[in-house]
Ligand binder design. Sequence first.
Ligand SMILES: Nc1nc2c(c(=O)[nH]1)N[C@H]1C(S)=C(S)[C@@H](COP(=O)(O)OP(=O)(O)OC[C@H]3O[C@@H](n4cnc5c(=O)[nH]c(N)nc54)[C@H](O)[C@@H]3O)O[C@H]1N2
Ligand SMILES: Nc1nc2c(c(=O)[nH]1)N[C@H]1C(S)=C(S)[C@@H](COP(=O)(O)OP(=O)(O)OC[C@H]3O[C@@H](n4cnc5c(=O)[nH]c(N)nc54)[C@H](O)[C@@H]3O)O[C@H]1N2
Ligand code: SF4
Ligand SMILES: [Mo]
Length: 668
Amino acid sequence: MAKVYQSACPLNCWDSCGFHVTIEENKVIKVDGDPAHPITKGKICGRGRMLETRTNSPQRLLYPLKKINGEFQQISWKQALDEISNKLKDIKETYGSKAVFHSHDYANNGILKNLDQRFFNCYGGVTEIVGSLCWGAGIEAQGWDFGEAWSHEPNDVLNSKNIVIWGRNVTRTNMHFFEKLQEAKKQGAKVFVIDPIYNATAKMADEYISIKPGMDGLLAAGIMKEILRLSLEDRKFIDSFTYGFDDVLVLLNGITLEKLSKMTEVPIEVMTRLAKVFADKPTAVFMGLGMQRYENGGNSVRLIDALVAISGNIGIAGGGANYANRQVGQSFAFDELTLADRKQQHRQFPIMKQAEEILTAKNPAIQMIVVTCGNPLTQVPDSNTVSKAFASVPTLVVIEQFMTDTAKLADYVLPTTTVFEEEDFYYSSMYHHYVNYGPKLVDAPGEAKSDLWIWTQLAERLGFGEEFHLTRDQFFAMALKPLEEKGITIEKLKEEQTVELPVKMIPWQDRKFKTPSGKFEFTSTLERLKGNSGLLKLSVPDESKWSNPDLANRYPYQLLTIHPLRSNHSQNYQVWKQTPKLKVEVAQNIATHLQLEEGDYVRIWNDRGEVKGYVSILQKSHPNVINIDEGIWKEFGGSVNNLTSSRPSDNELGSTLYDCLVNIGKIN
Ligand SMILES: Nc1nc2c(c(=O)[nH]1)N[C@H]1C(S)=C(S)[C@@H](COP(=O)(O)OP(=O)(O)OC[C@H]3O[C@@H](n4cnc5c(=O)[nH]c(N)nc54)[C@H](O)[C@@H]3O)O[C@H]1N2
Ligand SMILES: Nc1nc2c(c(=O)[nH]1)N[C@H]1C(S)=C(S)[C@@H](COP(=O)(O)OP(=O)(O)OC[C@H]3O[C@@H](n4cnc5c(=O)[nH]c(N)nc54)[C@H](O)[C@@H]3O)O[C@H]1N2
Ligand code: SF4
Ligand SMILES: [Mo]
């Protein structure tokens, strides 16, 4: 008989939903939203529902595989684990543990997924990833300005008079925030959307502001100039709680509004109107992550933070420079979980540059790559170099559920469980502050095993098995230790399914910032201490007519590769009912200029690579913009990351995935 159980979404997503999962005879039948979950309220997206299809898919990896003479052959777990652990032993003895590179991302937001780091730390410390393709530039930027990237709790938006959605594709990527927006709008709040693409959120907005990609910092500067000209700034906040305001004045006085309007391609009267909106408090800004995936991404977020600060919208109900909420992740005891103090050796590769670093690494060169919770061949920029790098290493081990582009390249593929086949608890530091519990509901198919089982088996063979001789409950308790005194335990989480974390609901209400000066910093003292200027800049993307006119002549169009509607990155394309096709969305002016029609087959290229796909015309988007949704597999026409650049952002910790010029032509 079918029975419904509570569970949780593991996907890397803003919303971290609670689930109702129907199980019949050890099989997942249906995945729905948990009506009792405070954010989910019974509604989930297609990606969540498709976890049923993914779990039951005949394409699931079921047995350990080893590549022999270019072909995968099924081997036993014993053979796979013995061979991999022997290689790990030999590598450590001969080259040192740093000769192993751990390539990972955050495909699964379970707390126990962090135990991969426990394994590699106990092994002796490996070459690790630093930075993030996803949100790195903005997190670092808010670290400089506030001392931390913290957001307001979801319901606080109902206190806002004005809500500015700055480059977040809310309807598509953050659906439960969209519901809150609708509620706020019903109560009379005005919604503004700043985005180069006229997306579904823009359609519901009171005003859509079309902007040239990568120019958000300059728009913030223009609005600040108007706020100051009209004397709308919050003098009290600036004088009492900020540092470096004189530097902002110097910066803004060095450029005219006309120039800012020309560069952002936003009319001056819009800047004036937005100045008044920011002064009509409380005004909340909700930044997305797309707009910081540019060379100037960190600086763009800093200029938006500065705008929110001078208008006095920080630390007040209904205000805020909302980006991510790191308070959530900071609630757990990661050092104990990962045994951070156990590593003896240590080396870091920036996540963007992992391919180049692998190809050039010396002392030691990379001998083995282990991939967990990631699909770097599809998701990391400059795929052609990534392919070359991952193919160049003697041993590539990929722990996966599906035969992805990365898995295809592997020497060993180890089949792993999906969310409903193991117990964990799930959280996301992107939007809300609730943690969800997910029990084991069904057995894994074939011989698929959890990541934790794999680490435990390898640890036994490498002589540190005792560090994994803990039950899941013991690991959970370890992670939740800092919350114990507030009454949050694994027992409570199991009983209540969803628990609210004790975070600050309105950050910076006490005006005590986590910066070295204790103030909001327009000029970063943290950066000054490192010998840098720490000043805000009026910077532009690396690939633009303002910074590289020759390149812009050859490649006149800006390529965005935003997140797909019906897939979480590369995770869902293979289970769609219809075979995916690469869709090339082009601005109307490009279509007119090149006489492109809906459905035309086109090539998009730059010096790094090319892809081919079918035209779809974007209505009302900013001129000269092309979009191809990210994540599509090679066999369906991908990867779009053939075209993107591996340069890091201005503060080194973010990506420049959308800072990408291309050309386009029809294939006859
Ligand atoms: N459906 C779906 N939802 C997802 C995911 C998914 O893969 N699919 N992934 C999840 C993850 S990991 C993340 S990081 C989040 C990302 O969530 P979002 O930040 O919402 O998504 P992005 O696709 O990165 O880009 C968002 C918006 O930024 C706009 N944009 C691009 N460049 C600029 C610019 O220069 N200026 C401005 N103002 N806007 C710009 C794009 O047009 C797009 O509307 O989504 C999460 N949710
Ligand atoms: N061009 C372009 N590139 C992008 C982006 C973009 O906007 N444009 N977005 C970037 C962003 S925001 C992000 S977050 C990254 C995401 O990059 P990734 O996290 O690498 O992307 P996913 O497609 O989610 O791939 C994760 C893989 O992990 C596997 N997996 C799922 N669960 C588990 C598990 O429990 N254990 C193990 N071992 N494996 C599991 C899945 O099957 C999947 O193949 O991509 C980045 N890349
Ligand atoms: S992918 Fe996001 S919105 Fe969809 S079910 Fe999972 S957490 Fe909810
Ligand atoms: Mo992300």
